[in-house]
Write a protein that binds this ligand. Structure first.
Ligand code: ADP
Ligand code: MG
Length: 229
């Protein structure tokens, strides 16, 4: 986007839709956590009570163990979904610790090693809504690593260079032909890369994909200084 036509963050109409979406996500995350999360805990307590009633009944005890495993998995899943939807830390702690927490959960969930580096201190000089966009981009980039890359390692790096915000997600996986995938993106089916690009633009920045077959993939988000001063 040429400098002279660059919109002021506060004026652009996407703000309304984007912030409505963020508050909706926040509401769903809270419901998920409060309602589903509590129900799973109640289920685990109930199973524990039944255990003492069926002492000595091995088939019943085996069923209880099975149900406990399912309930525990549900509880983990609810926790991860809540984080995916809208971590409360984004409001409370800020962007960098939230991405770091997401990377921690992600690495455990997908068993892919991850290193997180940030040279950026909080509070970050980035518009709140822009921070949400950055968080979503980091999430999608990591989801793609888990889904497509077969990587064994990923680096997530956050830097600020003379006021320019930079996020890098670099994997050592199989890589892909960016040009042919980009020319074939169907907005009905493939929301990932298009969504990341759109969010980067909404945040006043741009997204670049560096990838080559068997060389791994790097997703680079840059938000120049002028858009978040
Ligand atoms: N980190 C990655 N490693 C390998 N391939 C990738 C990676 N990220 C994206 N891709 C390729 O780009 C395609 C498009 O990604 P995306 O737009 O997120 O859609 P989706 O994830 O739904 O397939 C993927 O299907 C995959 O072939
Ligand atoms: Mg994707």
């Amino acid at each position: 986007m040429p400098e002279e036509t660059s919109p002021q963050i506060a004026d652009v109409p996407w703000r309304f839709a984007a912030s409505a979406q963020e508050s909706e996500r926040k509401r769903i995350a809270r419901d998920l956590h409060d309602v589903l999360g509590q129900n799973v805990v109640a289920m685990l307590l109930g199973l524990n009570r039944i255990r003492s009633l069926v002492a000595g009944n091995e088939p019943a005890l085996a069923s209880i163990r099975e149900l406990e495993l399912i309930a525990t998995e549900m509880s983990d899943r609810v926790h991860y979904l809540t984080l995916e939807l809208r971590p409360s830390s984004l409001d409370e702690l800020g962007l960098v610790p939230s991405i770091e927490a997401f990377v921690e959960h992600w690495t455990q969930r997908f068993a892919i090693a991850a290193d997180f580096h940030s040279t950026v201190g909080e509070p970050l000089k980035l518009d709140k809504l822009v921070q949400s966009m950055v968080y979503r981009i980091a999430q999608e980039a990591l989801t793609n690593v888990a889904k497509h890359s077969k990587a064994t390692h990923v680096d997530v790096i956050i830097e600020m260079h003379e006021g320019e915000f930079v996020l890098l997600v670099e994997d050592n996986g199989v890589g892909f032909d960016v040009e042919s995938v980009m020319s074939d993106l169907d907005p009905e089916k493939r929301l990932g890369i298009l969504g990341m690009t759109e969010r980067a633009n909404m945040a006043g920045g741009f997204l670049k994909l560096d990838s080559e077959k068997s060389e791994g993939t790097t997703v680079i988000l840059r938000i120049p200084k002028r858009t978040h001063e």
